[in-house]
Each structure stands twice: as C-alpha cells, then as structure tokens.
Design a binder for this molecule. Structure first.
Ligand code: TPW
Ligand code: MG
Length: 552
C-alpha cells in the first residue's frame, strides 16, 4: 500500500464516503491516486470556497467526515473561510493539501503559491483546525493519520493534513482506527445524578438542543430521553431541523424576540434549561427577550457538562445521554405541546410575492414530496426557512458566511441526501451560484430558489437609508440554460406556484426559480430580528452576557 492509498482507506474507515476537490500541481499525483484506486469518489467544483462548503454540508447531513482536497497556497488559502465556518460550527471536515516535496523545499527558490514562508499555510490552518498532520515521514504517517482522524471525530471539528507531493507513492502501512476515549464511570454516574436532581427540583424544565446532537449522532436517543423525562424540547436557531423524524415533544425553534412568543416564553421562563449540544453564540441567544441565566442552566457541550459553576470534564454527549436514559424517570410534569404551525395553501393569484409566500409554496410542495433536504444561505432566505415545515436543513446559522447555499446543496446531493432545495439570496448567488454549472457532469438536479430583491436586503433592514445595499438585476434565470439547467423568473404568486410544480415534476437538470421580490419585502422573522437587535442595542439593555461556559 502507498501513502495515498493508506490515507484514502483511513478516510473511508473513519466514515468518509466521498471527496470534494479542485486540483493543482502540488496535489495532482494524489488526485491520480484517488481516481485510479476508486476507494472514494471525487467531485470537483469550480472554486475552493465551494469545495469546502460542499464537504461541510455532506458532513453535516450524515454526521461523518467530509473531505476537501486542494492544492498548496492558492488552493488551500482560498478555502480558509469555509474551514473557519466548519470550525466554528463544529463540522468534522478533513482538509487535505498537497505541498512541495523535500527536494524543492531545499532548492533555495521561492516556490510558486508560497505566501511568506513555506509553512505559512500550516500556521494559518493551525488556527482553524483542531489537529494537524504533516505526512513528511511515511513511517510515522499511519500514527499521525490515526491521531488527527480520531480528533476530527471526537471533537467534531476540522483537521488539516499536508501531503508532500514526493511521498504520494511512498510505501506505507495501513492506518488503524483508535478507540474513542470513554468517561470515568463514577464521574459519569455522579454527573447524571446531579443533572436529574436539578431537573426534578424544577417547575418547568426544558430541553434546548443544538447541533452537537446531530454531529455526535444522538438525536434518537435525545428524543427518547425527552419522552422518558417528559419534558418539552426546543431547538436553537442553529439546531433548526434537528429531531425532524422523531416523536420528541418538540415546541419549535427558539429565536428570542424574533421568534414565536410561546417558545420564547417557555425557554426564557424555564427554571431548569437543559442545553444539550448547544453552541452558546449570539445568533442562538443574542436576541433573547429576558436575559437567560446561563449559570442557572445545565450545558452539555464540548465534551463536558457545566452546571452552575461546576464542571464535569471528559463526558461526551453520548455517554451523558446514555447514563440519563439508564437512571432517568418521568419527572411527572404534564406537558401540552402545541406543534409548530407553518403557513400552507399558497394563493395562486397575481399579487406580488413575499418571502412568506415562498415558505407557503414550499410547505405545499413538501407535503407532496416529503423529505427533500434544504440548504440555505445567509440573508432573508434563512429566516424564511424557519417558516418551512421542519425538515432537514443545513445552513451556517452562527458563522453566517454568504455563499454557502448553492455549494452546500451540491454537497448534499453528491452525498446521497436526496434532491436538495436550495434557498439563496441574489447577493449570495452572485458569490457561488456559478457552481451550478457542475451539476451537468454529475447528474445533480437541485431546485434552486433565488430570492431576488436586487439588494443586500438584510443589510438594508439595518441601514434603511443607505444606498450601497442596492444591487442590479442580473436576470439569473436567463443564465440557467447555459449552465446546463432550466430557469424561470416569477413575479407573482400564480407564477411561483406553477414554476415550483413544474420543477418538481422534472428530473435530471437543476431548476432555478428566480423569485422577484420587491425591495423591502422581508420575512416577519427578519423584521422582528432587526427590531430585537435594535432594542437590545439601546443603552438601557445589554446583549446577553457571554458566560464563562461559552466555547473557547
Ligand atoms: C462572505 C455580510 C450578511 S447578509 C448580507 C451581507 C452582505 C446581504 C445578503 O444579500 P442577499 O440576501 O444574499 O441578496 P438578502 O435576503 O439579504 O437580500 N460577506 C460574507 N458573508 C456575510 N455574511 C456578509 C458578507 C452580509
Ligand atoms: Mg438580496
């Protein structure tokens, strides 16, 4: 076995099922190895940010490592933003970069794609990955790979692997998978007992779940736990889409002042908020109406459990949930859970379209075509996604980088998630919409809804007087045929309904529906979000305190 094959087998053994990449000379030999060995399929895209986002979405959807393969310097540094996003949002992404070989490193020349020193790239990636391996010694490579891939899984965060191009064919032993570390049993039992004691003393305990329950594959167990304890569940903003296919007593998504009053009240008035796998970010908590006393809450995240000022380290989410399932019993609190309601029944008339109409049209469609996964970008399309019936959703709700939606949708389809529905604003489409041209090579056929308000509307909502938020009309639908898809521009509700019906009835090519929205027509959630942020920015209030238990 050579080093490339050892690496590819190790990726597969750790759960990866496909590679996303963009080649360059420093990684060409590895691309050849990937292609000829057939160990994992390779999907190439047009620009490295998209490679990172596609791999991120595949990883999010399946809770398994996503892999992004790029060339040195111009390639890897082009992907920094996508990897930073994955780091922030705890996505297990494996970055593989080809690098210069030993002889060229010693040549005395500055090498092409080199930034400052030959190791500047490694230094930059140290900041946005949780473990790094430089495979410059084939003897040590199996151990190094086992170490970083174990970290990728246990921390659910990106890792970085450098493969010098002169070692691609070097002989190498296979990589063994390291066992996951387990919690100290007595510490785990004590922690679970303390959590249950705290919950049983409360009048209105509530389970608030975040993305880690998906990342660590414990959604079903969490649903069982909520039923066993008989406590209601809400998801964070980032956790939108969690527990979709379970019978957990789900209230909906907590959005503070921007969300439905019932859920906001239930979360903010809970006297024992049990946060499982939650990222304590401003997008999750920043627009809280009443400041949540995070020290009065229980937080299980980052491999530790924090209660008040006490920390139980070394306790994985799964270990905790298992222990609670073993020790827990019904807390005896009668719960009436009103399931969230979503707008349905699009009026197919000549009225101009609002974001709510798009949600309405998609809810009608999803009722007939259940299980289509959503990929959303940043902008009002993400707030609109909250009005769409609970379905699988990938979106960067915390790091909030534009440009995610289209490549993420492609990543979903490459990873076998089904036919994706992509929600994207015109501004974000300008960043990565071109990637749709890659669908024809792979037979991908996402349905792409472009919210075209000819504007960076979310910014306009904060700066209504500004002129710089106006964008031109790019006529995106007209571009679709030359990219290998079908396009349709719609300006009223009847056209929207018909376009969506037609898109759903056809397969084989991407379908781009360019929805013309009047400037200023935003979702209720976005307007409440803006009002909420404004209110909190007034001197009398301060934004939710960031507690010590927040992430590092
Ligand atoms: C990579 C800042 C957040 S929202 C937004 C900007 C520029 C406007 C989005 O415009 P779009 O959607 O897509 O037309 P809509 O609904 O608001 O009209 N650069 C990056 N990421 C972010 N988040 C920004 C800038 C931003
Ligand atoms: Mg826009």
């Amino acid at each position: 076995m050579n080093l490339s094959q050892a690496l590819l087998h190790a990726l597969r053994d750790h759960g990866a099922r496909e590679l996303f990449g963009l080649p360059g000379d420093f990684v060409l030999a590895f691309f050849r190895q990937a292609e000829s060995s057939g160990i994992l399929p390779m999907y190439t895209l047009s620009h490295e940010p998209a490679v990172g986002f596609a791999a991120d979405a595949a990883a999010r959807f399946h809770s398994r490592p996503g892999v992004a393969v790029v060339t040195y310097g111009a390639g890897a540094l082009n992907m920094v933003n996508a990897v930073a996003s994955a780091y922030a949002e705890k996505v297990p992404l494996v970055v593989i970069s080809g690098t210069p070989g030993a002889a060229e490193r010693r040549s005395g020349y500055l090498l092409h794609h080199q930034a400052k020193t030959l190791d500047s790239q490694l230094a930059i990636y140290r900041e946005i990955t949780c473990a790094q391996a430089v495979l410059d010694d084939p003897q040590r490579a199996p151990g190094e790979l086992a170490r970083v891939l174990a970290e990728c899984l246990s921390q659910s965060r990106p890792v970085y692997i450098e493969l010098p191009r002169d070692l691609v064919h070097a002989a190498c032993a296979p990589v063994l998978r390291l066992p996951a570390s387990s919690a100290e049993p007595r510490a785990l039992a004590a922690c679970a007992a303390a959590v249950l004691a705290r919950l049983s003393q409360a009048h209105s305990p509530l389970l608030l779940v975040g993305v880690e329950i998906r990342r660590f594959g414990v959604e079903r167990k969490v649903a069982r736990l909520a039923r066993l304890l008989n406590i209601p569940v809400a998801t964070t903003f980032m956790g939108r889409g969690l527990l979709t296919d379970t019978d957990a007593p789900l209230l909906g998504t907590y959005l503070g002042l921007a969300g439905p009053e019932g859920i906001t009240g239930a979360v903010e008035r809970s006297d024992a908020l049990f946060m499982l796998g939650v990222i304590v970010s401003d997008t999750n908590f920043g627009v809280s109406g009443e400041k949540i006393d995070l020290h009065g809450s229980i937080l299980a995240a980052n491999g530790a459990v924090t209660m008040g000022y006490q920390v139980y380290p070394g306790i994985s989410l799964e270990a905790l949930v298992d222990a609670l399932l073993e020790q827990g019993e019904a807390l005896g609190i009668a719960q009436t859970v009103q399931p969230a309601r979503y707008p349905r029944g699009l009026k197919r008339d000549a009225s101009s379209i609002t974001p709510r109409d798009i949600a309405c049209a998609l809810n009608d469609a999803l009722a007939l075509h259940p299980g289509l996964p959503l990929a959303a970008d940043i902008g009002d399309c993400l707030f609109t996604a909250l009005d769409i019936a609970h379905t699988d959703l990938v979106a960067p709700g915390y790091y909030a980088s534009m440009g995610y939606g289209v490549p993420a949708g492609l990543g979903l389809q490459a990873a076998g998630a089904g036919r994706p529905v992509i929600l994207v604003g015109d501004g974000a489409f300008q960043m990565t919409g071109w990637e749709l041209g890659n669908c024809q090579r792979y037979g991908w056929d996402p349905i792409v809804i472009v919210f075209n308000n000819r504007s960076w509307e979310m910014l306009r909502a904060f700066e209504p007087e500004a002129g710089f938020t106006d964008l031109s009309d790019w006529h995106f639908a007209d571009m679709a045929p030359s990219l290998g898809g079908r396009g349709c521009r719609v300006s009223n509700r009847a056209e929207l309904g018909a376009a969506l019906d037609a898109a759903l009835s056809r397969r084989g090519r991407f379908e781009l529906i360019e929805v013309m929205l009047p400037r200023g027509a935003v979702s209720e959630t976005l307007s409440r979000f803006v009002q909420g942020v404004r209110r909190l920015q007034q001197p009398a209030h301060s934004a939710a305190e960031v507690p010590e238990m927040a992430e590092e």
